[in-house]
Ligand binder design. Sequence first.
Ligand code: ZN
Length: 121
Amino acid sequence: MERIKKGDTVQVITGNEIGARGEVDRVIRGWHVNRYNERGTRNPDGNKVIIRGVNIRKKHQRPVSQTRTQTGIIDMELPIHLSNVMLVCPSCDEAVRVRFDIVDDKKVRVCKRCDAPIDNV
Ligand SMILES: [Zn+2]
């Protein structure tokens, strides 16, 4: 079950960008490749999120082909490890831990601080 999903607002809790908030653009799931299982196994060390407007670096993008539209010095967001961010509760506007509740056979995320549901049921 995913604690943090695309579209959530999260807050960075450690590192250079401590305190920064933004919307999750992409969640990257880490995998170990092994020879016993085609899909590999999950690697929590690789679980990262890209947050819009947070952890921006300048990247010098060289033109390679006509299809690459952004060239020169561009801004891009670098992924931050999932453990370094916390979900921001829409109700109490704090960085909170989440709990999972079952509502109508659906698992929903609930704020541990104010008990408000985070997902719309
Ligand atoms: Zn809350």
